[in-house]
Design a protein around this ligand. Structure first.
Ligand SMILES: [Zn+2]
Length: 207
């Protein structure tokens, strides 16, 4: 947990969800659905009875509707991660609004309602992003524990850094995308089993 993410940023941006006051831990996955990575994640979560939150990219949802349905059938929660995974920071309000609204429409068809949560790609946002999310009635969600699974860390390194940082109410960031498809099975099992052994419970993000 970095000082910036755990102390400074939450004080600057109190409207954003950085962690919750719940006793359980909130596992989140960005960038899916991905045909290999998301399927691997779903199997691992199913086997442990864990429900998580997936921040979906609209164009990936359009490409893989059946995986999107599977995520929802398994009881997981989904949020908006833009239509084409653009950086929001310092982009015009029009570009940001288009990215968010397009993904809301695509994902909304599977939910019969708008997703409640929005997470900006790469965690980069500005005040326009926050205003648009508020207008859309969506809560911006960041995280307090970054698995850094996009890097080439060994599974054991990811396990160690995540499990030493997690506390009740933590929001943990993982990625189910092309760059993690070959590795996510190993480190996700290590992390979840370690946390289960220590008695942690898991839940989707509270509405
Ligand atoms: Zn992303």
């Amino acid at each position: 947990m970095s000082f910036l993410n755990s102390v400074v940023a939450p004080a600057l941006f109190p409207s954003i969800l950085w962690r919750t006051s719940e006793r359980s831990v909130h596992i989140t996955f960005d960038d899916g659905p991905h045909p290999a990575a998301t399927q691997t994640v779903l199997k691992i979560l199913h086997a442990r009875g864990i429900r998580a939150t997936f921040f979906l990219v609209g164009r990936n949802v359009q490409q893989y509707p059946e995986i999107t349905r599977e995520i929802l059938l398994e009881g997981h929660s989904v949020g908006n991660h833009t239509q084409t995974h653009q950086v929001m920071f310092l982009r015009s309000a029009d570009v940001q609004r288009d990215e968010i609204q397009a993904a809301n429409e695509v994902i909304g068809k599977f939910l019969n309602s708008k997703p409640r949560f929005f997470r900006p790609p790469y965690g980069y946002f500005d005040l326009r992003t926050l205003n648009i999310a508020r207008t859309e009635g969506q809560r911006v969600v960041m995280w307090d524990v970054d698995s850094r699974d996009f890097s080439t860390s060994r599974p054991e390194s990811i396990e160690r850094s995540v499990t030493k940082s997690v506390t009740p109410g933590s929001i943990v960031l993982f990625h189910d995308n092309a760059s993690t498809a070959g590795s996510i099975g190993a480190y996700l099992e290590l992390v979840l089993d370690h946390l289960l052994q220590r008695g942690f419970q898991f839940s989707v993000l509270p509405i």
